[in-house]
Design a binder for this molecule. Structure first.
Ligand code: OAD
Length: 233
């Protein structure tokens, strides 16, 4: 199969690595209120709560490793003759640790901090708090996780839409299709003439927009699908 491929991943691709998803029965949003921990208003009201929420998740990165799905997607990028763009909604670092290079973190990264005072981004593995000064401007009170919250614009949208308009194959993996704009990427790719495929544990909210759907755990269905794409070239 020739041409350009765009892949969109969600929490389901990291589930078998031990990273919690959001909307499953015991998912993150069953324990935490997204309005408190994932909105700019929530951060203004309860900064300590929000820092604790993301500090715990950042610490969790050291306890997880990429699974077969992450590894297969890195292999696809290496071995496919055309362009492969991997867009992830995940803020973990498992795709890059598996070897993916052309990777866009549209919802930001747990391992980065952003100073809202001076706009500088920093690689960040330590605990964040309102007391931590920005290493660039030295001011305290402005450091926040470099993640996109509800009500904020996801990152790199121009680059993503350009890739979607040019792609021949669009694959959505492990995402429930609840959050926009990511949930409408399948329509954008479909309009551009791409073949669209959903790989998920169960039908997503946008299942009817896909040309092809395959259900099963990502660690099995993603390597199988990658093998199919590479053999078809
Ligand atoms: P969700 O938790 O909404 O959906 C995860 C999807 O993965 C579900 O459809 C599950 O059925 C599926 N899934 C679970 N385990 C799987 C497995 N082993 N293999 C394959 N699929 C599996 O997570 P997202 O769609 O990523 O944004 O959520 C999108 C955004 O909503 C997140 O980026 C986050 C959240 O609120 C922000 O915080 C801004």
């Amino acid at each position: 199969m020739a041409g350009s491929i765009v892949i969109l991943t969600g929490a389901g691709v990291s589930a078998e690595s031990g990273v919690d998803t959001f909307r499953d029965k015991h998912g993150i949003w069953s324990n935490s209120d997204y309005r408190e921990v994932a909105t700019p208003e929530g951060f203004s009201a309860k900064s300590d709560l929000v820092h604790t929420f993301y500090n715990q998740r950042r610490e969790g990165l050291a306890k997880v490793v990429p699974n077969a799905a992450h590894v297969a997607l890195a292999r696809l990028e290496r071995e496919h003759s055309g362009e492969v763009t991997l867009v992830t909604q995940n803020i973990d670092d498992l795709h890059e640790r598996a070897g993916s290079k052309n990777l866009i973190h549209m919802h930001g990264e747990l391992a980065k901090a952003l100073c809202s005072r001076c706009g500088t981004r920093h690689d960040w593995r330590e605990t964040l708090s309102t007391q931590v000064p920005c290493p660039a401007c030295g001011k305290t009170g402005g450091m926040r996780p470099d993640v996109v919250w509800f009500g904020e614009m996801p990152y790199h949208m121009e680059r993503i839409y350009e890739a979607l308009r040019e792609c021949d194959l669009f694959i959505a993996i492990g995402t429930s299709g609840n959050v926009y704009p990511a949930a409408q990427f399948v329509q954008e790719a479909g309009r551009a003439g791409a073949h669209t495929v959903e790989l998920n544990l169960e039908p997503s909210e946008t299942v009817s927009d896909f040309d092809e759907v395959i259900y099963g755990p990502a660690s099995r269905v993603v390597p199988e699908y990658v093998e199919r794409v590479l053999r078809a070239k």
